[in-house]
Ligand binder design. Structure first.
Ligand SMILES: C[S@@+](CC[C@H](N)C(=O)[O-])C[C@H]1O[C@@H](n2cnc3c(N)ncnc32)[C@H](O)[C@@H]1O
Length: 306
């Protein structure tokens, strides 16, 4: 058996509340282990390894809500959601015990994968550098920056970008909240000449720059630390995958970055806040084109009425 057997992200419309958002360092792993020693329940998903699993282990792990399952050597590894104890896993599998270790939460702890892996979104293949992939794949390292491509907010944005680019390919794109750089780099790979990526997180800006170099796109991507208020000018295509609250807060500035008849793609909006965010932007002159919701997250596509 090769590759994952089951893989899902947590359909939690607030990734920031999931806790671990980065690969664990030594100290975090130690503290994590200490919590187990004190007998408390896990507050983040965790990894289990089972050697010689029973033939129906996969079914039981799926029933327990495993977030990812992979074959390893003579057994199985899985990521178990917090709230399900290792004893419950051992009981369901009829084994004496399971080996427990920390799991890595990617995309701010909302995507739980046993190992980095490729994901296809529309015509775009996002792949870690160590995984075999065609030459036109977008290569992203396993980093702390949001934007692996596995999260629905990113996927919805990539799809909306692809749709926008089938209508017309603008000469430049503005990516607000660039994270790993995934959206700006996708736009460049799809034929947009230049991109500007903004992020308030200095680490994300550094990681996006590394990704631009890795994909030979550094000369076409300009990265700036800050929000839409730190740049001047207007773009024919603007994409912003940040949460609903910052989207509403930055709305008056963000719309000024959208050029004449320009298109704006907004993502990271919990479905329940779609109408509030949509109304905020409509009041500022953005005409609603379409919305799409996946796993509780909505993407809004709008066009400037000016
Ligand atoms: C959900 S991630 C999106 C990453 C990537 N664009 C994607 O689609 O996967 C949101 C990013 O926006 C950044 N961010 C949050 N508020 C921001 C703001 N006001 N201006 C610019 N970036 C912001 C965060 O640091 C984070 O990297």
């Amino acid at each position: 058996m090769d590759g994952p057997l089951v893989s899902r992200y947590l359909p939690c419309p607030n990734p920031s509340i999931r806790g671990v958002g980065a690969p664990m360092d030594g100290l975090s792993a130690l503290l994590w282990t200490a919590r187990w020693c004190q007998g408390t329940l896990p507050c983040v998903p965790y990894r289990i390894d089972i050697s010689c699993p029973p033939h129906d282990a996969l079914d039981h792990l799926v029933q327990l809500g495993a977030l990812d399952i992979e074959p390893v050597n003579d057994g199985l590894a899985a990521i178990i959601p917090d709230g399900v104890t290792p004893d419950a896993v051992a009981g369901a599998l009829s084994v004496a015990s399971v080996a427990v270790s920390p799991a890595v939460g990617r995309d701010n702890g909302s995507v739980w994968l046993l190992s980095p892996r490729a994901v296809r979104i529309g015509s775009v293949l996002v792949a870690p550098p160590e995984v075999a992939a065609p030459p036109d794949a977008l290569r992203l390292t396993d980093s702390t920056a949001f934007g692996t491509g596995h999260h629905p907010t990113t996927a919805l944005c990539v799809e909306a970008l692809e749709e926008a680019l089938t209508i017309a390919v603008p000469d430049r794109v503005l990516d607000v909240g660039t994270g790993s750089g995934v959206l700006a780099l996708t736009a460049l790979m799809m034929g947009v000449s230049r991109a500007v990526g903004l992020d308030v997180d200095a680490d994300a800006v550094k990681i996006a720059a590394e990704h631009a170099r890795l994909n030979n796109l550094a000369d076409r991507l300009q990265l700036v630390l800050g929000g839409p208020d730190v740049v001047d000018g207007a773009w024919p295509l603007v994409v912003a995958n940040v949460l609903a609250a910052p989207l509403m807060e930055m709305a008056p500035v963000l719309v000024r970055r959208v050029g004449c008849r320009g298109r704006l793609i907004l993502s990271g909006i919990p479905w329940s806040l779609e109408s509030e965010v949509g109304q905020t932007y409509r009041r500022l002159g953005m005409r609603h084109i379409r919305s799409e919701t996946r796993a509780g997250w909505t993407v809004l596509v709008a066009q400037a009425s000016w």
